[in-house]
Design a protein around this ligand. Structure first.
Ligand SMILES: *[C@@H]1O[C@H](CO)[C@@H](O)[C@H](O)[C@H]1NC(C)=O
Ligand SMILES: *[C@@H]1O[C@H](CO)[C@@H](O)[C@H](O)[C@H]1NC(C)=O
Length: 190
């Protein structure tokens, strides 16, 4: 009896350290995006997966396709996907697809993860850009090939905030205005 209890205890202890499960990532993985699989470490080799985005510039409400796919023979069983701006703020906006669910990190629906561990070639989510300007956004993705082999925080191309960068195009008229003012001032003095 005592032996069984001890085994149960060890099993429970083990389970509590496993953040990524066959039913998806757990909140403990929100910031580092690391599965927390005991006695394993993330791969440092180039990932056999890619994260692509259909747009590299957004204005509020744009829909952007985000695809995680294999680039070699290796399929993946699990994933965790987040959109973050330059401040590291997690931006909600992903839809759900089959066998996916939301993970609440800092706000509801600001991460998506798998719900089962079948081998996948790719997954594509639609990300709806925030309606208010949030700065440049990058998609961060962790993909799990198996319990001991996974790549964390693979980055997409930056999706540039057109509203913020649009500010730089107002720079020119401002310069022209200043130049005209200086020119007029110069004329006035003579
Ligand atoms: C966003 O990216 C654009 C293009 O790389 C850059 O010009 C701009 O400074 C970036 N915005 C911020 C706030 O870093
Ligand atoms: C996990 O994947 C690695 C790399 O493909 C492979 O060497 C290893 O045997 C796999 N482990 C399991 C338990 O399938």
């Amino acid at each position: 009896m005592g032996m069984i209890c001890l085994q149960c205890f060890v099993l429970l202890l083990h389970c509590s350290f496993v953040h990524g499960t066959s039913k998806g990532a757990l909140p403990q993985s929100c910031n580092t995006m690391t599965p927390g699989h005991t006695s394993t470490a993330a791969q440092t080799s180039p990932a056999p997966y890619s994260v692509t985005v259909s747009k590299t510039k957004y204005t509020g409400g744009d829909t952007i396709s985000v695809t995680l796919s294999k680039t070699a023979a290796k399929q993946f069983k699990g994933y965790l996907i987040q959109a973050r701006n330059q401040d590291g703020t997690k931006i909600p906006g992903f839809n759900l697809i089959a066998n996916s669910k939301y993970l609440k990190c800092d706000s509801p629906n600001d991460a998506v993860t798998h719900t089962e561990a079948t081998e996948k070639d790719s997954v594509t989510f639609q990300f709806t850009a925030p309606t208010t300007s949030k700065g440049n956004i990058t998609i961060f993705t962790t993909a799990v090939e198996n319990y001991s082999t996974y790549w964390v925080m693979m980055q997409s191309d930056t999706i540039i905030d057109a509203v913020v960068t649009g500010a730089s195009s107002r720079f020119l008229p401002d310069c022209v205005l200043v130049a005209i003012s200086l020119f007029c001032f110069h004329l006035y003095r003579h």
